[in-house]
Design a protein around this ligand. Structure first.
Ligand SMILES: [Cu+2]
Length: 138
């Protein structure tokens, strides 16, 4: 990746962390505020087609969360779209990487990470991802 590309990805990641905490919703059992969930999307900027979503999870003390099951769901902000699902595999340091995720239309998306910890505790964190590039029609 180029230096500029890396810098852009970092900026995007930071922006997504901020958005994620601003619009977190739907903690199911565990308090999502006990965890920090960050999203990174490649390519950056996001575009229609295959994409890799990396979900990074730390606990309140900043320790990476290991051994979790993580699924990413992508939804557009308008009605009538089928959601996109992908499981995310653990790659270490609290990072989980999707395989098989793809944006199916350009426009505004919401990514939701559903996290199940080894003890069965579950929570989810959503993040706005506006402006995915590409065709906006079907
Ligand atoms: Cu759509």
């Amino acid at each position: 990746m180029t230096r500029v590309g890396r810098a852009l990805l970092l900026v995007l990641t930071l922006a997504l962390v901020a958005l994620g905490s601003a619009c977190g919703r739907g903690a199911s059992s565990a308090a999502v505020e006990d965890y920090q969930v960050a999203f990174a999307v490649e390519p950056s900027p996001a575009a229609v087609g295959p994409a890799t979503v990396t979900v990074t999870i730390h606990d309140r003390d900043g320790k990476p969360v290991t051994g979790a099951r993580v699924q990413v769901e992508g939804n557009m902000t308008h009605a009538g779209m089928k959601p996109v699902f992908a499981d995310a595999a653990e790659v270490g340091d609290g990072r989980y990487v999707t395989d098989g995720f793809a944006f199916t239309m350009g426009g505004d998306w919401i990514l939701t990470a559903r996290v199940t910890l080894p003890d069965g505790t579950a929570f989810e964190q959503a993040m706005d991802l506006p402006g995915v590039q590409g065709e906006e029609g079907h």
